[in-house]
Design a protein around this ligand. Structure first.
Ligand SMILES: Nc1ncnc2c1ncn2[C@@H]1O[C@H](COP(=O)(O)OP(=O)(O)OP(=O)(O)O)[C@@H](O)[C@H]1O
Length: 600
């Protein structure tokens, strides 16, 4: 999640009253100025459409992807300049608009590549820095941009040149751009891409473990947002018929766009437009009435509205229209998993097959601390391998290397894939593609999403369509005992529910290899029993499992083999009953009490 304290942005959701209210307002944005027919009213409504479109486009990166960009004027300026420079060459601004969008998408990706590795305030600062560099370059290359003096767009009127004597054609184009950005955002909210963006924003590691290429998803988002912003910039340049670097690449303008979205509600389809609808008329009227006596008053208006919204409606204006969430924490009390057998299925004789995951001579240091030292292990098809060891032994660090979250300094991890033999994936999503699913020791729910949407993130891995992913997620929720809680927000689950959700998200990916990191920790005895039965049922469905666990009852019940780690080294390996009697293991981890309790 972004480190910067943004208001909680929303996950893709069902249509709500905010959406319906805003949709009802949309035709009015177009009709009111036509009915009134006054030039100033036309100007205010064209400005609403422009800012609404810009804030909606910004929201793709700032809201859905959760990256606070304060440099979006870069794309706006590129759109204006591309068309403005092409018009004197006889090229229609409509073509310039497409060219500008393509250039902006490429520039967005070029800026995003280094910047998306940064988080929170550092990302915001980096976008400001890029904006300043581009503004200075535009001021410097006077031959191209006109420098501080700016460029006049040749006054050729008509649809071909996007410049008109009357106001209504400009309103029509601005309204069309607003509809385009809203349409793209509405599509995104319900598409796999939108779910992936929100998951990446909420919990990047969990998204990566679910097979999401998080960097690529963010780059697509910035390319889309930049292209749309640029298209609006082209139109605005033509509308103003004058472009200059200070206005086109302005930081204040970038901040303004972000503020409209923040005021309305980021991560929602209609929030940015609602913010614009509130603030633009206020500032335009303030400018009109008090412009001469109180210069810069519009800035005061933004600030006051923003403070009031943050204080009273932290989710933005859309928060005023939102229904209370369905379900409650009480509803989150676990229901018995419908398809998990009540007792272990002794009748099923599992075949333990060939190795499916092999780790050889893994070494990893953190500073001077050797956390894994020459660790080798293998997991066979259909097997449950338990990993035990004292706190700090290096178990989670080993898991991180077995799932692509950490690269070993030396040694290799190989995964057997049907038809391809052994492969060596390098990234978390490559491991996911190879059939490796993992849970996290500290649960990683996508808190703003419902339980079902959380599971869908895993289900999208094999089911790209929303309907199919939902179907798979419903089936998984049923199997994992989360049916009753499917529509509650993940943040309201009990710890037992969160642990099951962690497994459910991974199981929806249909993994061949499952890495479970302390899924029993913190559970009461009833939940431990339930979790053991759940893992047994997963094992019986043919999934090979490696489980890190401190709950020895679970290790003894589930494991075919146990590996013991201590200070980053494998100190014992074998059948559970043999390993727990090994004096080295007793001394390093289990203690004499365990031996006495089990020999009694
Ligand atoms: N990113 C990191 N940077 C520095 N040290 C780390 C990092 N991650 C883990 N460590 C250290 O590496 C050692 C092994 O940690 P690890 O989490 O792998 O142990 P563990 O066996 O999983 O422990 P536990 O049972 O408590 O979860 C610990 O001393 C830990 O403090």
């Amino acid at each position: 999640m972004s480190d910067l304290a943004l208001p909680a942005a929303r996950a893709p959701r069902r249509p709500d009253r905010g959406l319906v209210a805003a949709l009802a307002l949309l035709p009015l944005i177009f009709l009111v100025p036509l009915l009134i027919g006054d030039d100033f009213v036309f100007h205010v409504f064209i400005t609403i459409c422009l800012y609404g479109a810009l804030a909606t486009a910004w929201n793709i990166v700032g809201g859905f992807a959760g990256q606070l960009s304060l440099g979006h004027a870069i794309f706006y300026g590129i759109g204006a300049y591309t068309a403005g420079l092409l018009v004197p060459l006889g090229v229609s601004p409509w073509l310039g608009m497409l060219g500008g969008a393509a250039i902006s998408a490429m520039v967005g990706v070029a800026i995003g590549l280094p910047c998306f590795r940064l988080r929170g305030p550092f990302f915001a600062l980096a976008t400001i820095a890029f904006l300043q560099v581009i503004r200075l370059l535009a001021l410097h290359f006077t031959g191209l941009t006109g420098g501080a003096v700016g460029l006049m767009v040749p006054l050729q009127t008509g649809w071909e040149w996007m410049i008109f004597f009357e106001r209504w054609p400009s309103l029509l184009i601005a309204f069309g751009l607003l509809l385009l950005t809203l349409g793209v955002t509405a599509w995104l909210r319900h598409a796999r891409f939108g779910y992936y963006l929100v998951a990446t924003r909420e919990r990047e590691p969990a998204a990566a473990a679910a097979g999401v290429d998080t960097l690529r998803v963010r780059l697509y988002a910035v390319a889309l947002s930049a292209a749309l912003t640029s298209m609006v910039g082209t139109f605005h340049g033509m509308y103003l018929t004058f472009i200059e670097p200070e206005a086109m690449f302005s930081l204040a303008f970038s901040v303004q766009i972000a503020m409209f979205a923040l005021i309305g509600g980021i991560g929602t389809v209609m929030g940015p437009l609602l913010g614009t609808l509130l603030v633009v008329p206020l500032t335009e009227l303030a400018r009109g009435w008090l412009g001469a006596s109180a210069l810069g008053l519009h800035g005061f208006v933004y600030g006051t509205v923003l403070v009031l919204i943050v204080l009273f409606v932290p989710d933005g204006l859309v928060g005023l229209f939102r229904r209370a969430p369905k379900g409650s924490a009480d509803a989150a009390e676990p229901a018995a998993p419908a398809t998990v057998p009540a007792t272990a299925r002794e009748d099923i004789r599992r075949e333990i097959g060939e190795p499916i995951l092999v780790a050889e001579h893994l070494h990893k240091h953190f500073g001077g601390l050797a956390v894994t030292q020459d660790v080798s292990l293998s997991l066979r098809q259909g097997e449950v391998l338990g990993i035990i060891g004292p706190n700090g032994a290096g178990k989670t660090t080993l898991f991180n290397q077995l799932s692509g979250f950490l690269a070993p300094e030396s040694g290799i991890v190989r995964i057997r894939v049907e038809g391809e033999g052994f492969i060596r994936p390098a990234t978390p999503h490559a491991f996911a593609r190879a059939g490796v699913g993992r849970t996290f020791q500290i649960v990683q729910p996508f808190a703003a999403m419902t339980v079902l949407e959380n599971i869908m993130i895993g289900a999208f891995h094999h089911h790209p369509g929303r309907a199919a992913a939902r179907e798979k997620a419903l089936e998984t929720a049923h199997r994992m005992g989360l049916w009753a809680q499917r529509d509650v927000e993940a943040r309201s689950l009990t710890i037992g529910g969160l642990k099951r959700l962690e497994i459910a998200r991974v199981m929806a990916m249909e993994p061949r290899i499952l890495l479970l990191d302390e899924v029993m920790a913190g559970l009461n005895q009833t939940d431990v029993q339930r979790a053991i039965r759940l893992v047994e049922s997963i094992r019986d469905s043919g999934v090979s499992i490696i489980a890190i666990e401190h709950v020895m009852q679970a290790i003894m019940a589930l494991s075919d083999r146990v590996v013991v780690l201590n200070s980053g080294r494998v100190i014992a390996e074998g059948r559970p009953q043999e390993v727990v009697r090994d004096p080295v293991v007793v001394e390093a981890y289990l203690g004499e009490d365990f031996v006495h309790a089990h020999s009694a």
